[in-house]
Design a protein around this ligand. Structure first.
Ligand code: 6R9
Length: 567
């Protein structure tokens, strides 16, 4: 029997107080995610239960109980507090998926600070933009990422502390840098956890939009109610499960469902901190006997491509429930997983902004391969007509995915950008920025995004951010960035550029520019192809027409070009 029981029954009787009751939380109470994910689990008698199996580079293994997590997060929290960091200070986590990342997340929350997790593959420019926007006071990082921080720290007067978690000799440290090596610290058994309330800010995740720089999505401690209940009902985690969420905590899935959800339920999870290969993933599942697996379509497509020979070499019979997020999950992937894992992947749709799962195929519900499923109980979801913003009643008609605000994990604002936040609401609906249709049984079918944001392998990339970075290269005159179709990643970044006088197009220059972006932004944002053009298509007012370049890449009708200047 799944945790959700009957979906229809849950829909009828739903109230978020179900989560509040299970968490023993009453309105007005103190609610601190750091405490809920460690101290409370220990108090419930699970102090000795394994919270984390970690496997790092070259197979290095570590194991931590919930009591270890409690002590480690207390120790880091106390250290941060002694530096003078406190309530609502932004603390950036810039680490690979090492245990310290998970402990720092809880530790920073325990002192009431706001955690700003950033993907450790980010280059210095991506990092700078986000730290400056959040006016971050401290960054916790590793030696291997230090050079990127050093490059930008002088431009960031707000950044007072650069904390390095590996063993580090004092003489190697530069201004603002502090070494904090957990293993050499005396563990702190008791600390005063900051009494955050429901609306106290917790996590600040950056996400990409079409225009302007990335936006900081502000979440609050109350989000726990959504994350707890969706983890329980959608991922169906049960006490003896071994759970693996493949997402990096630099992205929202890695925090909502890679830390908060499972640990607030006292579930054992495992983490693999190394790159992707079909062999290493299957081996990991076999070794740790993973029973619940939350992953992404790009990974599934890569596994499919690796072929059936490999799957058959491993014992994957521990798998009990599979779910996916981040991109459209194609029907073939669902069918394939059913064939080779004996279980279908259950699609889940949500966003950094929504903080928790919105639409999903529930355990036990009939899955229609290719459909995202139905809204979580308590979530009112629909598709709106793009002109009137009224809900579409006709089955199969495409509209804008929208939700009635009010669930606990909904973002509270975009950091310092209330205006952009307000633009997300129309007629009392929150607009996700995606398009879908709903069939006659209430299942949602994803169509695509309603903007130019590129979704490559589940990572959102803002064309604006890449275009801006391209312009910093000495050879680039103008740039336009769009998505290009890709078999595995669904979309990849493609750049069209014009060159400044004196530069000649060619493979060397193409590679040089690609590398320039990889270092500045990240490998995810790096264009996989650069097309040199004599001029870019523009409107009469001089705006570059991405739409046209996009249509060209996807072999689509170009549509109305009457405003083209140089057709
Ligand atoms: C959790 C996360 C959000 C955007 C979203 C949509 C796309 C997410 C999807 C999906 C099709 C799914 N997306 N889940 N598209 N099917 N099941 O991914 O957050 O990084 O903010 O991305 O990803 O376009 O709007 P985030």
């Amino acid at each position: 029997m799944s945790n959700i029981g009957s979906y229809e029954e849950r829909l009828r009787n739903f109230d978020w107080s179900i989560a509040a009751d299970e968490l023993e939380f009453r309105n007005g109470d103190v609610i601190n995610i750091g405490w809920y994910c460690s101290d409370r689990i220990c108090q419930k008698g699970k102090a000795g239960k394994v919270a984390l199996y970690y496997e790092g580079f070259a197979g290095a293994e570590k194991k931590y109980t919930f009591n270890d997590v409690r002590l480690a997060s207390n120790t880091i929290g106390t250290f941060l507090r002694e530096l003078g960091l406190a309530k609502e200070d932004r603390i950036c986590l810039f680490m690979d998926r090492i245990p310290e990342l998970y402990f720092s997340f809880l530790g920073a929350l325990k002192i009431g600070s706001i955690v700003q997790p950033l993907f450790s593959a980010f280059g210095d420019e991506s990092l700078f933009i986000r730290l400056e926007n959040a006016q971050t006071r401290a960054i916790i990082t590793q030696k291997k990422h230090l050079s990127k921080v050093r490059k930008i720290k002088d431009k960031l007067p707000c950044l007072e502390f650069i904390i390095i978690v590996d063993q580090h000799e004092a003489k190697e440290l530069k201004e603002k840098e502090i070494s904090f090596h957990l293993e050499t610290y005396t563990l702190v058994d008791k600390m005063d956890i900051y009494p955050t309330k429901a609306e106290s800010p917790s996590v600040l995740h950056y996400t990409s939009g079409t225009t302007g720089q990335p936006k900081g999505v502000k979440h609050v401690h109350y989000s726990l109610l959504s994350q707890y209940l969706t983890t329980k009902w959608v991922l169906d985690l049960q006490d003896n499960d071994i759970y693996w969420c493949t997402a990096d905590p630099g992205w929202v899935t890695g925090t909502s469902y890679g830390i908060i959800g499972p640990w607030s339920l006292g579930i054992t999870q495992c983490i693999l901190d190394s790159g992707f290969s079909a062999h290493s993933w299957y081996r990991f599942i076999e070794k740790y006997k993973v029973s619940v697996w939350y992953s992404a379509p790009t990974a599934i497509r890569s596994l499919m491509k690796a072929g059936e020979e490999i799957v058959r070499n491993y014992d994957l019979s521990s798998l009990r429930h599979l779910a996916s997020v981040g991109e459209p999950l194609n029907a073939e992937a669902v069918i394939w997983s059913e064939k080779y894992f004996g279980r279908p992947f259950h699609d889940t749709f949500w966003q950094t902004e929504t903080g928790s799962i919105m639409i999903t195929n529930f355990p036990g519900m009939k899955i229609k391969p290719g459909s995202m499923g139905k809204p979580f109980p308590g979530i009112k979801g629909t598709v709106l007509d793009a002109k009137t913003y009224e809900p579409i009643r006709e089955p199969g008609k495409i509209g804008l995915i929208a939700f009635k605000p009010g669930w606990p994990a909904m973002m509270r604002t975009y950091w310092n950008n209330e205006e952009k936040y307000r633009e997300k609401f129309v007629n009392g609906w929150y607009l996700s920025g995606d398009r879908a249709s709903i069939d006659n049984e209430g299942y949602f079918w994803f169509i695509g995004r309603d903007d130019d944001v590129i979704n490559t392998g589940g990572h959102l990339v803002s064309p604006f951010e890449v275009e801006s970075a391209l312009l910093e290269h000495p050879a680039v005159g103008e740039s336009a960035v769009v998505a290009k179709p890709d078999e595995i990643n669904m979309e990849v970044v493609k750049a069209f550029i014009t060159l400044k006088p004196g530069f000649t197009p060619g493979t060397d220059l193409e590679l040089e520019i690609m590398n320039f972006i990889r270092k500045k932004l990240s490998s995810v944002a790096m264009p996989q192809e650069i097309e040199f053009m004599d001029q870019l298509p523009k409107t009469r007012s001089g705006k570059i027409m991405r739409r046209l370049l996009h249509a060209k890449e996807w072999g689509e009708e170009i549509g109305d070009v009457s405003t083209l200047e140089n057709d």
